[in-house]
Ligand binder design. Sequence first.
Ligand code: SAM
Length: 470
Amino acid sequence: MRLPEAFAERVRAQLGEGWPDYEAALGKPPWAGLRLNPKKGSVSEIRGGLPLELEPVTWTADGFYYSGGSRPAKLPFYQAGLYYLQEPSAMAPAAMLGVAKGDRVLDLCAAPGGKSTQIAAQLDGTGLLVANEVRLERGKALVWNLEHWGAANTIVINEPPGTLAGRFPRFFDKILADAPCSGEGMFRKDPEAVRKWTAYNGEACRGLQDEILRCGARMLKPGGRMMYSTCTFNPLENEMAVSDFLRGRPDFSLVPLSLGYGWRSGALPGTLILMPHLARGEGQFLALLEKSGAPEGALDEPEADWTAAGDWSGAAGVSGALDKAGQNNGWRPFLDFMEDNILDGEALRTYGGPLVLEGRYLYQRSAGPMPSLSGLRALRPGFFLGSLKNGRFEPSQALAMELKPRYMRRALQLDRNDPWLDRFLKGETLLTEGPGGWTLVCLEEWPLGFGKQADGYMKNRYHPGWRIGS
Ligand code: SAM
């Protein structure tokens, strides 16, 4: 690989005797990884059922290496959200952030969503994940990945960090600031990164990184923790960005990250650098920052803003949900849909939040206080349940991914070798007999999407944008 001269000169000096090993490692294939989705079953169950050779990534329980020859993205298990393809070193920042169940977590630079799906798995349906991405096109990919994953207690926002900081002061327990950077750690995985390096050099990125850290700091609760990560080796974007930040914010300190797995300390003690010749992964930098003060001392807790919402969460079941609030707020067709199709509303009650109708789109918010989202570009202001059209409710693809066949009056569970599987994923009509109505089409026990059974055939309602070949 032909490295930019200025890069080689600097990193040669940074690595000293390690340089020849680093250079040799760049000639080897990159590590390929995936993370299993614990929502779809235990790690051992899913791993045992997949036609893939998997070897554990030591720094995260759900992460695995797969051999470069296999093509996990081509398998229907990928469409069913059983795993997310993620480079193994990129699994480290969220793994080391220390997310606890019930936390309110912000992923400030979230697209395409590798670390957001990892945080959603750690939250396990509790607390709240706010996934933000400043670039709209990338934000759409983030939504796709989070909905595939079944990350229901999530909102997705498309705003610059400064706008968010004004809305969520001292709100989050944990923040991940996985900043845009010069990408030096990705040279082996992505040859484009070498070409882009000239345009996205460290100096160009540093201003963004300072702003991201500054805004993250404002949104963290006292006692909260923020992980700052990049996939570069440039000290200007790593150690210097962190030490300059700490100089300006004496209320923050570094939480030393422990070494292991071939990771080495950054030039600033307590930070970590993952290098492709030492760890079994690509390049990454990590620094964990803590804001002083007791978590209970968090000030300015925003008032809950449920003005548009009725509390559906306390309902004892689907029929219990047919309350006055529902009728008054215009989501009666949704309640009819639930009555007609869902045996058990457990899946949705888990998140405990009220329903919110925005235009014709119906969402369920997570439980707990939240600032108003009005005026923010929210790509998903809550869990997207579906749309109301001409007095009828059309369930969303996200809702399908959240359900289980046992919750449904009608489910079609296709075996992994069933030829209809491929046809369903391509959007074709299926020739099936059965009671008419909305049907959850599954790969074995894992939902893929909806079909609508009619006389002798099932209309395909798999989201057009999710179809194979779309
Ligand atoms: N965390 C993501 C994941 O695990 O999939 C990868 C994030 S990537 C390293 C950095 C992201 O920051 C990109 O999606 C990029 O669009 C976004 N970004 C670019 N400029 C930004 C800015 N000024 N503020 C915040 N984010 C920005």
